[in-house]
Ligand binder design. Structure first.
Ligand SMILES: [Zn+2]
Length: 222
């Protein structure tokens, strides 16, 4: 039995999510480096609200909890970490109170399950594989290397991170075109249909954008 299974209480099947981390001296850190992930015991969510909700974190209407994406593709969409320092991607076991969201989960307990160190973020002189060894000994889980092309969005591999993100702009333009076409079709059906379609489009886009930006900004925290 490996360590994550020992960390997860008996009889509980953890949910598996995906995350990015930075690695320093064998420890996993959150992307913003504010939090170090413990080894040999789970990370437990805390609520930073002074007026905390009665339920254990994550709160139903709160932003607290340990965030993870549903899968790697979704993770790549949410976070675009650079390769300037050691970048780790991997599976994370989530259990306790877990609240599902469109793009992922907020969980009470978490422990890494399987890690990949992004090769392009390794220091040029780490040909001894120290980074992998330290991480796997610290967390007692399998650690391998992977290509940046697999682990981060294509734009993240771009050595000029300030260049416009072409794919994102293209997607926005195409969605804008679709909206215009839908509006034009509704207008042909009359003023009322047009007003209805316009209201629908507005509320839909706003909700979606809000949800995404909220999830995204919380992501680097744990
Ligand atoms: Zn909370």
């Amino acid at each position: 039995m490996n360590l994550p299974e020992l960390c997860v209480p008996d009889g509980i099947e953890p949910i598996v999510g995906w995350r990015y981390w930075r690695a320093e001296s064998g420890w996993l850190l959150s992307l913003n480096r504010f939090k170090t992930w413990p080894a040999a015991k789970p990370l437990e969510a805390r609520c930073s609200l002074t007026d905390a909700h009665p339920e254990t974190p994550p709160g139903e209407r709160c932003g607290c909890g340990i965030y993870a994406a549903v899968d790697l593709d979704t993770l790549k969409e949410i976070a675009e970490p650079d390769l300037e320092s050691l970048l780790v991607v991997g599976e994370v076991a989530l259990w306790g109170r877990v609240i599902p969201a469109d793009l992922g989960y907020r969980a009470q307990f978490a422990y890494p399950r399987r890690l990949w160190v992004v090769r392009e973020s390794l220091p040029a002189l780490d040909w001894t594989g120290d980074v992998l060894l330290c991480l796997s000994e610290m967390y007692r889980i399998p650690v391998e290397t992977c290509d940046a092309r697999w682990a981060v969005v294509a734009e993240g591999v771009n050595p000029w991170p300030r260049e416009p993100r072409v794919a994102e702009i293209r997607a926005a333009v195409s969605s804008f075109k679709q909206s215009v076409e839908r509006l034009a079709a509704a207008l042909a059906d009359g003023q009322e249909a047009y007003a209805r379609e316009l209201a629908r489009l507005r509320s839909e886009e706003r909700t979606e954008a809000l949800a995404r930006s909220a999830f995204r900004s919380s992501f680097a925290g744990d």
